[in-house]
Ligand binder design. Structure first.
Ligand code: ADP
Ligand code: MG
Length: 475
């Protein structure tokens, strides 16, 4: 308190000095420069006369009256005796306060002044500026007898309104961004409930904020008497819908979700993403692919085991520094993972890259499979091709000479023998799209999905024998 008082005294003295300098600088010049912005003490704090303060507030509440009393008369009320001396240097003598007669005009004959009188209106307009939102800086006129024409006042008013709308929008965006962090009140409640129920001991911090999800680290408790792993992650799928709209095609054409997709509202579709990740992880676990264990799914929150140790997540393949041998080994692991995923889990990752593979305990772990689809998905092979491109490019850049090229990798994973020929990507890709199309037609004709993507000749041989895709028990 004492320090604050001393500081205030110091600031006041600084301001006094500033005023003296301002006065010296301006001298008798008609054009004066104000040092107001450099003052330390806010005029409100500078006012130690409580009576003045009341007067000032009174006039603020009744701008019309203030307008009649004129801005000039009003402003000095806020000042202390000290500052008044400075102010009056710029002030015209206060105009005589006029009280507006009820009939709307004053005087007679030639001296009649109506309420439309430019001077009266101008002063009124100046006073009305006090009604603008507090964040709009209208200045205080420094005791000048300001008269704002209606035109100027109206455009200021319009500007002020549009600024307010803009700031409201910004505010809304900020509020919204809490939802972008995925922890909107509903999500928070779900998280609290998990802690309350003892499933989690504590929720610690955010590991990653992506476009579609936020991942938290947490300590496990127990679920139905079963212990939950010591360290888990909560993958919270974002409840803002914009990002997911771009990803519709991963789920809309996934036959496992097709009926439900059509029926659900967009908010509920987000839950499908979490559910889809859970099903895909379960399939992968069954095929012994290194991936997180699913612990629990609650609406759009998926709890799974943590890949890492002591709160430190395993590094992404993109960030890890590996020896040549380890890198080569990692490539073969990824090749094997992709093959198993395709052949045993009947899945294409669809977002496979060095960002979604973690390096932990000398092994490559696959994560982020919410968008993974079956190879029979109408765009499944295109997604696989993209995955192959990411993988092949990454390992080649990291100097793994054994890394297969995009086309070889695609064929090695899918078991399809698309001719590689002139290595023209467009041609290869066109072949993939044609295959997908043939497969779709095939499905249309048979009315069912087949698993293997069949080439034309095989399709002819196969007439009659059409193995339907076996859905997982959990699907
Ligand atoms: P997004 O869809 O946002 O990319 P991811 O599933 O890829 O979501 O997770 C984002 C990041 O969170 C990952 O890059 C990884 O660092 C971390 N992460 C996700 N799941 C786990 C996990 N089970 N264990 C450790 N870290 C994880
Ligand atoms: Mg990811």
């Amino acid at each position: 308190m004492l320090a604050q008082m001393l500081q205030m005294q110091f600031d006041r003295e600084f301001d006094d000095q500033l005023r003296r300098e301002e006065k010296k600088f301006n001298g008798d010049s008609k054009v004066s420069i104000s040092f107001e912005n450099y003052r330390k003490v806010h005029p409100y704090e500078d006012s130690d006369g409580s009576e003045d303060e009341v007067d000032w507030q009174d006039t603020r509440h009744d701008p019309y009256r203030a307008g009649n009393a004129t801005a000039t008369a009003r402003v000095p009320l806020r000042r202390t005796a000290r500052s008044q001396s400075a102010l009056f240097l710029f002030c015209s003598p206060p105009a005589k306060a006029q009280t507006a007669p009820r009939r709307g005009f004053a005087g007679k004959g030639k001296n009649i002044t109506t309420k439309h009188d430019a001077v009266t209106c101008g002063r009124k307009n100046t006073a009305r500026m006090d009604n603008f939102a507090p964040e709009v800086h209208v200045g205080d006129g420094l005791g000048m007898d300001l008269k704002l024409s209606n035109q100027v006042f109206n455009s200021l008013k319009q500007h002020c309104a549009s600024e307010q709308r803009r700031s409201a929008r910004l505010h809304e965006k900020k509020e919204h961004s809490t939802a972008e962090q995925a922890v909107d009140p509903r999500t928070r409640l779900l998280m609290y409930k998990m802690v309350n129920a003892g499933v989690l001991d504590s929720i610690n911090g955010c590991i990653s904020t992506g476009k579609e999800s936020v991942v938290f680290h947490a300590n496990g408790g127990s679920l139905d008497e079963r212990p939950v792993p010591d360290e888990v992650v909560l993958k919270v799928f974002k409840t803002t819908l914009n990002e997911f709209r771009n990803r519709d095609r991963y789920i809309k054409d996934d036959y496992r979700f097709i009926d439900r997709f059509a029926k659900l509202n967009p908010r509920k579709i987000i839950r499908l993403w979490a559910e889809k990740e859970m099903h895909n992880l379960s399939r992968m676990k069954a095929a012994a692919i290194a991936c997180p264990d699913v612990v629990l799914l609650r609406k759009h929150i998926l709890v799974m085991s943590f890949i890492g140790r002591d709160h430190v997540p395993a590094p992404k393949l993109k960030d890890v520094v590996l020896s040549c041998d380890d890198m080569k080994n990692a490539f073969y692991q990824v090749l094997h993972l992709m093959q198993t995923l395709y052949a045993e889990c009947h899945l294409v990752h669809a977002d496979l890259s060095e960002y979604n593979m973690l390096w932990h305990q000398g092994k490559v772990w696959l994560i982020d499979v919410s968008q993974s689809v079956e190879p029979t998905h109408p765009h499944g092979l295109e997604f696989l091709f993209r995955d192959c491109r990411n993988v092949s490019t990454f390992f080649q850049k990291r100097g793994v000479s054994e890394a297969l090229g995009i086309f070889e990798l695609f064929n090695a994973v899918s078991g399809l023998n698309i001719p590689i020929g002139a290595e023209n990507e467009a041609e290869f890709f066109a072949e993939i799209v044609a295959l997908e199309k043939r497969n779709e037609d095939h499905v249309q004709r048979r009315g069912k999905k087949t698993f293997a993507v069949v080439s034309e000749e095989e399709e002819e041989d196969e007439e009659g024998a059409d193995p339907p895709l076996e859905a997982d028990a959990d699907d």
